[in-house]
Design a protein around this ligand. Structure first.
Ligand SMILES: *Cc1c(COP(=O)(O)O)cnc(C)c1O
Length: 372
């Protein structure tokens, strides 16, 4: 059983993917070719914003977004301690200071109630992460950001396609950043990402930062990077995007079935106590379930036992970002984020993809509940 099956989605639509790739090979515009433009227009429409800018990865999307906001030494950037390392890495790369705000215990996303006390004169940007495919509470985060004139960048690497109060992820704040890494909800066949914004000035800065800060050919007015999305990856994404809505629905069916099976199993076997919780969905949110993540006790033993039965599992993430060695020089005794630390010790992700079969799901849940 695959934790995420990347072969079936190719096999099912291989003709359209192959023909999209072939047209790129035929016209030869490998860099900034017509498919990139076509993809950017389609994704901007989908998200409901004016500008989509394809970039080289989710990490580069975050880096370019911060560079476009002129983040650098002396600036503070607020983010979640419970995320993939990229969210922290890009802040450090620019010489800015990361400031963590603990997460909500059920959604695992930045807790807006704790936001105000983390804001200082140096704060420039807030980067909420929409973890596991569920958006953070953007209405409340945006309201606080507005009072303090801060920019909000959504790390939507796991939430592309999700919605929050009927609005799409990546269109909920000044800038939305996402990843097309193969295992993400909308994945390409290599590295890729995109940025979204309604702000024309930010869009221009992002476009320029993506190509070495060029304002015209060989004239570099901003510090930039090589951060483009390959034409071939854009072509692959165009073919895959036709099936994206159906895949999101399939993910939700798989997730709902997991939850029902687990809850039923726990009800019928009241002696089981190692499964502590199933995913919680906040009212108004539609998740794309980049991960189906539960909380358990004695996680390592459970993982071992499930693995013996051929069930792959994963932990996103076993170490909170404030406990990572790359944050060591910034760490103070005040850097305690109990909710994030507790989640880090308990979360367990089950196999999750749109093509997971019912009998496979039954095996996963059986192994989870009756591991011993
Ligand atoms: C995957 C991921 C990223 C980085 O995306 P890449 O395309 O792998 O660079 C950033 N943030 C989060 C929350 C992610 O899950």
């Amino acid at each position: 059983m695959d934790f995420i099956d990347l072969k079936t989605p190719y096999r099912l639509i291989q003709d359209s993917i192959n023909s999209r790739i072939k047209s790129v090979l035929d016209h030869g515009h490998y860099i900034l070719g017509p498919e990139l433009n076509e993809l950017e227009n389609r994704l901007a429409d989908y998200v409901g914003v004016k500008n989509c800018i394809g970039v080289s990865s989710g990490t580069d999307a975050l880096l370019i977004a911060l560079m476009a906001c002129d983040v650098g030494p002396g600036d503070e950037v607020i983010t979640s301690p419970f995320s993939f390392v990229s969210t922290l890495e890009v802040i450090l790369l620019l010489g800015a200071k990361p400031v963590f705000v603990d997460i909500h215990p059920k959604t695992y996303n930045l807790d807006p109630l704790l936001l105000n006390r983390a804001i200082t004169e140096q704060t420039k940007v807030i980067v909420p992460v929409s973890l596991y495919g569920q958006c953070a509470d953007f209405d409340r985060i945006n309201e606080i950001a507005k009072q303090h004139k801060l920019i909000v960048i959504e790390d939507g690497a796991q939430s592309f396609g999700a919605s929050y109060k009927k609005r799409k992820s990546c269109g909920l704040s000044h800038i939305g950043a996402t990843s097309f890494y193969p295992s993400k909800p909308l994945g390409c066949f290599g590295d890729g990402g995109a940025l979204f914004t309604n702000d024309e000035e930010l869009a221009n800065r992002i476009r320029s930062t993506r190509v070495h800060g060029e304002s015209r050919r060989y004239h570099h007015s901003r510090l930039g990077i090589n951060g483009r999305l390959d034409t071939i990856q854009a072509a692959i994404l165009l073919a895959k995007f036709d099936h994206f809505e159906a895949e999101i629905e399939a993910r939700q069916i798989v997730a709902d079935r997991y939850t029902n099976l687990i809850e039923k199993g726990l009800e019928e076997n009241s002696e089981l106590s190692h499964v502590l919780s199933v995913p919680y969905l906040e009212k108004g949110n539609v998740s794309v379930y980049a991960q189906y993540t539960i909380e358990v006790s004695q996680r390592e033993t459970l993982q071992e036992q499930m693995n013996k039965r051929g069930i792959p599992t994963a932990v996103h993430y076993s170490t909170s970002l404030h406990q990572q060695p790359i944050f060591a020089s910034f760490r103070t005794t005040k850097d305690q984020y109990p909710v994030s630390e507790k989640a880090s010790s308990r979360v367990l992700s089950l196999p999750m993809h749109p093509y997971l079969q019912e009998d496979e799901q039954d095996r996963v849940v059986n192994a989870l509940l009756f591991a011993k």
